[in-house]
Design a binder for this molecule. Structure first.
Ligand code: BEZ
Length: 211
C-alpha cells in the first residue's frame, strides 16, 4: 500500500495529451494524480468540469494535474466533448487511459470490495521531490471538493516553505502554527516578530506570505 512519504511510483501512460513517463512529466513541480470510476457517468462528468474550471488555481500554485480511469483514449476524447458541453469548461489537463489497469493496480485505485472493475475516486498530491504528500479516497457516489484539494496544497506548500502547519478548518490568510519540530531558538530566527503561545507547544503566527 502506498503511504505518505513514499516515492510515487513511476509509470508510462497514454494520455489525451500524448504519451508520458510520470516522473518526467512531474519535472520538479507539485502534482495531483486523481482517478475517476468511468467515462460517460454523471458525477465524473461534473468532477472533470470542476477541475478544468479550477485549473488556473492549480497553475498559480505550480501544480500539474492529471486524471485517470480505466477507459480507452478514444472514450476520453469523445467524453471530453460532453464535459465541455454540459459543464461549460473544456478539458485543459491530460487524462490517462489505463485500459490494462497497470497504473490503477500500481497505486491501489481499484478497491475490489467496492468494484472489481472500476477505480475509486483517489487523489494523490505529490511534491517536487516525487514523494506522496496526501492521499484520499472517495466512493463513486460522492463527487470530490476540489477547493479542499487546493486548500491542502496551500497548507503543504506553507509547511515546505515556512515550517508552519495549519490548524483545523484553516483558510488562506488565517493564523498558522509553528511546527513542533522547530525549537524556540530557531523559531525566533524564522519569526522575528514573535508568536502567540497558547501553550508552549501551540505557537500561533500570522500566515507567512508566498515568496
Ligand atoms: C458517476 O460518476 O456518477 C458514477 C460512476 C460510477 C459509479 C457510480 C456513479
Amino acid at each position: 500500500m502506498l503511504q505518505l512519504g513514499d516515492i510515487a511510483p513511476d509509470f508510462e501512460a497514454q494520455t489525451t495529451e500524448g504519451p508520458i513517463r510520470f516522473h518526467d512529466w512531474i519535472e520538479g513541480s507539485w502534482a495531483v494524480l486523481f482517478s475517476h470510476p468511468k467515462d460517460f457517468t454523471p458525477v465524473c462528468t461534473t468532477e472533470l468540469g470542476a477541475v478544468a474550471r479550477l485549473k488556473p488555481e492549480f497553475d498559480r500554485r505550480g501544480v500539474k494535474v492529471i486524471g485517470l480511469s480505466v477507459d480507452p483514449l478514444q472514450d476520453h476524447r469523445v467524453w471530453a466533448g460532453d464535459i465541455a458541453e454540459t459543464q461549460g469548461h473544456a478539458l485543459n489537463f491530460p487524462l490517462i487511459a489505463d485500459s490494462d489497469r497497470k497504473i490503477s493496480d500500481l497505486y491501489g485505485m481499484i478497491h475490489p470490495n467496492a468494484s472489481d472493475t472500476l477505480t475509486v475516486r483517489s487523489v494523490y498530491v505529490i511534491g517536487p521531490d516525487k514523494k506522496l504528500k496526501l492521499s484520499l479516497t472517495y466512493p463513486a457516489s460522492t463527487g470530490r471538493n476540489f477547493n479542499e484539494i487546493l486548500r491542502v496544497i496551500d497548507s503543504l506548500q506553507l509547511t515546505a516553505e515556512h515550517s508552519v502547519a495549519t490548524p483545523a478548518d484553516w483558510r488562506q490568510g488565517e493564523d498558522v502554527i509553528i511546527v513542533p519540530s522547530l525549537g524556540d531558538d530557531e523559531a525566533k530566527k524564522k519569526f522575528p516578530g514573535g508568536w502567540k503561545a497558547l501553550k508552549p507547544y501551540l505557537r500561533m503566527v500570522p500566515q507567512p506570505r508566498r515568496p
